[in-house]
Design a protein around this ligand. Structure first.
Ligand SMILES: [Zn+2]
Length: 540
């Protein structure tokens, strides 16, 4: 099977960042890159031809931090985002409508409620959810995915009673009488969240679940994404991937970033090498452990600086320093990569300390240790990461969705970091891989690229414009750097001879349009291993 692309702007993202006009592909691999005449010679005259007519061809986007397994059930869930729903009342109405068509006892899973945050008054309360769905267990995820809201039936199935103590690293919000009020923060959400996912898998059965995985993969392909790292694989996530893979329903590559038994559970077993068989197939891979260093609720693990110069430590980390060190060291002894979620500046320090120690105790040539998010890091921490060879896995679309809020938070709390400091990160020499964190931020790489280049948020504010990077720099973070974060740069991430033909046809070259218009660029075709897996306008 041969394929020939000609007449385009082929953004190779190779070491010289060459732009050429053509690419030839044979049996899923790139066999020639160059001008049209050169690439024509590399294949037979009857190769399938794609005339790019000036459109751009880029490497398929790699999304190293994406909660794919959590969005797989979206078609069977209730969309609880506000907006479009009108506040809490709108969400409760949507839950009631879902309950009306649902057999008693069947779980209702809501996604994306954003009314909670730090204001408990906006939380969905247990009694309110009981009224909306008196005969069904209900679990509504907060948009942060660091909390959920549950009714009485869901609490009962999750084993949460009045006497259940708060787990370490989590809190059961309680009313004045001491009863669980409905909101479960961080680790406290694990049992309800996991029970909901478990029940969905069991009720829908393997074929439907595999079909949902395939649908979700096709949504990602429609945005040009050809591989994802699932940033918390719990046992249920691993199960759905295997169901899909066995049935040939995995059209993209998924890297399983192993967590524990529950979304925020400690990945002790993973660090001890229990999942070395996660390299299941060419499409379903493993080799990386994910852990959370700090929570969102009630606060990131942060050192704040007050106006009088005094410092205050807030936000309890999930692990003591020695505990995180041990997890990372154990993982290293099994040859595993580690990715640590860090939002606050103190969490970032703890992760860097762990990586420094592991390289002393279990030195490895190229371990590609990762810090996820790095939201409130400063220049010194970037340089420290660079000197340790630690990669930063960042998500530019957060600038679009919550950028101004992050900036206000840093300013209010005297934190010496800038919102998504892309210019500074690249200048510090640290390798930055860009992804989405979907569903916590929008999934589209072109929207993220738009944010990194234009620095414009959803409401039109320009956030820290001095941190803008060029479209070509941004594309590199979404392709070759993201591939490297997943140990895939030898096979994808650039358009070079010998690599897999994971390619995306874009209506325009992002480096030739005004920054504000990057998000208007259309993904027209997506290829995985030289096979057309998405085409604009093609029947699903
Ligand atoms: Zn995440």
């Amino acid at each position: 099977m041969e394929l020939l692309f000609t007449g385009g702007r082929v953004l190779t993202i190779d070491a010289l960042d060459r732009v050429v006009s053509g690419v030839a592909v044979r049996d899923g691999r790139i066999v020639a890159v160059g001008d049209d005449a050169e690439v024509r010679q590399a294949v037979s005259p009857d190769a399938a031809q794609v005339e790019l007519r000036g459109r751009a061809l880029a490497p398929g986007f790699c999304d190293p931090h994406n909660h794919f397994s959590m969005t797989t059930f979206e078609p069977r869930s209730v969309d609880c985002r506000v907006p479009p729903l009108a506040g809490k009342a709108g969400v409760l109405e949507a839950i009631a409508a879902a309950a009306a068509g649902c057999p008693p006892g069947q779980w209702i899973w809501g996604l994306g409620y954003s009314g909670g945050g730090r204001e408990l008054g906006a939380a969905l309360l247990r009694g309110e959810l009981d009224d909306a769905a008196p005969n069904n267990p209900v679990c509504v995820m907060d948009f942060s995915y660091h909390a959920c809201y549950a009714n009485s039936a869901a609490m009962a199935l999750g084993g949460i009673t009045r006497d259940t103590p708060d787990p370490r690293g989590g809190e059961i919000l309680r009313d004045a009488s001491g009863e669980a009020a409905g909101m479960l923060w961080e680790r406290a959400m694990n049992p309800v969240h996991q029970a909901s996912m478990r029940a969905h898998i069991d009720r829908l059965g393997p074929d439907v679940v595999a079909g949902l995985v395939d649908q979700n993969a096709r949504r990602h392909l429609s945005h040009g994404v050809t591989s994802v790292g699932d940033a918390v694989v719990m046992p249920e996530s691993a199960e759905i991937y295997r169901l899909a893979d066995e049935r040939g329903k995995l059209p993209i590559v998924v890297h399983q970033m192993r967590g524990g038994n529950g979304f925020f559970a400690a990945p002790e077993a993973a660090a001890e090498g229990s999942f070395l068989a996660d390299d299941v197939s060419d499409r379903l891979r493993g080799g990386i452990v994910k852990l959370f260093m700090d929570p969102v609720f009630p606060s990131f693990t942060m050192t704040k600086c007050h106006p009088d110069g005094s410092l205050e430590d807030v936000g309890t980390p999930y692990y003591e320093q020695d505990e995180v060190d041990q997890l990372v060291i154990n993982a290293a002894r099994h040859g595993l990569q580690t990715a640590i979620h860090c939002l606050g500046n103190r969490a970032i320090d703890m992760a860097l300390n762990a990586y420094e120690r592991v390289q002393r105790e279990v030195p490895r040539e190229d371990p590609r240790y990762r810090i996820e998010h790095f939201f409130f890091g400063n220049r010194e921490q970037m340089e420290r990461a660079a000197s340790l060879g630690v990669m930063i896995s960042h998500q530019p679309a957060f600038l679009y969705s919550v950028g101004p809020g992050l900036g206000a938070y840093a300013a209010e709390n005297g934190i010496d970091s800038t919102v998504l400091p892309y210019r500074e990160m690249l200048d510090s020499g640290v390798t930055v891989a860009s992804g989405s964190d979907f569903p916590c931020a929008p999934v589209e790489p072109l929207l993220g690229l738009h944010s990194a280049v234009s620095r414009r948020s959803r409401d039109g504010q320009v956030v820290a414009p001095e941190q803008a990077i060029s479209a070509r720099e941004g594309l590199r973070t979404y392709t070759i750097n993201s591939a490297a974060a997943m140990f895939r740069d030898h096979e994808v991430g650039s358009i070079e001879v010998g690599k897999r033909a994971d390619l995306v046809v874009l209506s325009h070259d992002p480096s030739l349009v005004t920054p504000e218009y990057i998000r208007e660029i259309v993904v027209q075709q997506t290829y995985v291993d030289g096979k057309l897996e998405y085409a604009l306008g093609a029947p699903a």
